[in-house]
Design a protein around this ligand. Structure first.
Ligand code: FDM
Length: 211
């Protein structure tokens, strides 16, 4: 195992409401870091390519119904089934740029009225992100961006609740960026934050969420 000689990768998470521009910015950040010769991979949650991910996908597209608690635990299990792979990648020097993580997990479930501490509990012990970029957008503005698709959570009133729950989760790793800024300005800010984080994390061990 030569991982002690390689500086670890950093865990970068992008969060925000549906249509805030997360997915676009994840792609841009991955290309930017690749261009600098850094080992990097694009990840996203839910990861719909596992058995659990397929159950989640079928729920999101309204092909199946599940109790709020049950779907919450599936989203969490979908992160747990990827945890050791994530850790291996990070320890071997690969930076992961992740589209949504536990913050989506807690906010979308708490927005339905579930207790926020109950929602956080199954996330405890997952790898904590080194950097969380929150793309801040008003729910009304997000809704006006080409409209929502047909998935379960893409409704204005619900997204308002989600925005409120996200605000409760802010911690030291969070950086908030105004999602109404021009795309390239957002892109530049995220690049700066990512490089800073890559630099400052080299001697910092991985840590865990919410323990
Ligand atoms: N979502 C996503 C959750 O409710 N919990 C979670 O843990 C995660 C990761 O799933 F509406 C919601 C957020 C979104 C939906 O996300 C699917 P994508 O980014 O559109 O695939």
């Amino acid at each position: 195992n030569n991982s002690e000689h390689v500086s670890r990768g950093v865990l970068i998470v992008l969060e925000g409401l549906d249509r805030c521009g997360k997915t676009t910015q994840c792609g841009k950040l991955v290309s930017f870091l690749e261009g600098r010769g850094l080992p990097v991979e694009a990840w996203r949650f839910p990861d719909r390519n596992t058995d659990i991910g397929r159950m989640i996908s079928s729920y999101l597209t309204n092909r199946s119904q599940l109790d709020d608690q049950a779907i919450h635990l599936l989203f969490s299990a979908n992160r747990w089934e990827k945890r050791s792979l994530m850790e291996n990648k990070l320890r071997n020097g690969t930076t992961l740029v992740v589209d949504r993580y536990s913050y989506s997990g807690v906010s979308f479930s708490a927005a339905k009225g579930l207790d926020i501490e109950w929602c956080k509990a199954p996330e405890k012990g997952l790898i904590a992100p080194d950097l969380v970029v929150y793309l801040d957008i008003m729910p009304e503005e997000a809704a006006s961006r080409g409209g929502y698709g047909s998935e379960r959570y893409e409704q204005l009133e619900f997204q308002r609740n989600v925005a409120h729950c996200y605000q409760i989760l802010h911690d030291a790793a969070w950086k908030v960026i105004d999602a109404r800024l021009p795309l390239d300005s957002i892109e530049n800010q995220i690049q700066g934050l990512a490089l800073e984080s890559i630099k400052s994390c080299q001697k910092k061990p991985l840590s865990t969420l919410w323990l």
